[in-house]
Write a protein that binds this ligand. Structure first.
Ligand code: HEC
Length: 108
C-alpha cells in the first residue's frame, strides 16, 4: 500500500486542475456575481455605469483586450484605487468575470 499517498496526490491534483480550468462551479459563479454586485459595484457603480472607477458595461470594455482586463482585475492598477483581486479569485475566474461584464445588460 506504499503507493496509496501518491495515488491520492494524483487524484487530488487532477481534480484541482479540472476545477480550476474553464467555468467556475455554479456555487462559485453565485459568489463571484455577488462580489461583482457588492464589492466591484462599490467603486464601479451598482449598475456598473461607473463611479469612482470607470464604467464596466460592454460598450465601455469593447476594444479592450481580455488580457488587459484580466490582469487589471488580478493585479489591480498601481497608483489608482483599483485593488488586486488575486487573493480572492483564480485567473480563470477573472476571465469568467470579464465574460460576464462583456455580456452584462444595464440594470435599472
Ligand atoms: C476601491 C475601488 C475599486 C474596486 C472595489 C474595484 N475597482 Fe475596478 N477599478 C477602479 C478604478 C479607480 C479603476 C481605473 C483604474 C485606471 O485609472 O486605470 C478600475 C479599473 C477596472 C478595470 C479596467 C477598466 C478599463 O476600462 O480599463 C476593470 C476591468 C475593473 N476595474 C474591474 C473590477 C472588478 C471586476 C472589481 C471587483 C472584483 C473591481 N474592479 C473593483 C476601482 C475599483
Amino acid at each position: 500500500m506504499k503507493k496509496l499517498p501518491l495515488l491520492i496526490w494524483v487524484i487530488t491534483a487532477v481534480w484541482a486542475g479540472s476545477s480550476l480550468a474553464g467555468e467556475p462551479s455554479p456555487e462559485r459563479q453565485t459568489t463571484l456575481r455577488n462580489l461583482l454586485n457588492h464589492d466591484c459595484g462599490a467603486c464601479h457603480g451598482l449598475t456598473l455605469k461607473g463611479g469612482l472607477g470607470p464604467a464596466l458595461l460592454p460598450e465601455a470594455l469593447a476594444g479592450k483586450p481580455d488580457e488587459l482586463l484580466i490582469s487589471t482585475i488580478l493585479e489591480g492598477r498601481k497608483g489608482t484605487a483599483m485593488p488586486p483581486w488575486q487573493p480572492f479569485m483564480s485567473k480563470d475566474e477573472a476571465a469568467w468575470l470579464v465574460g460576464v461584464l462583456r455580456n452584462s445588460k444595464p440594470r435599472q
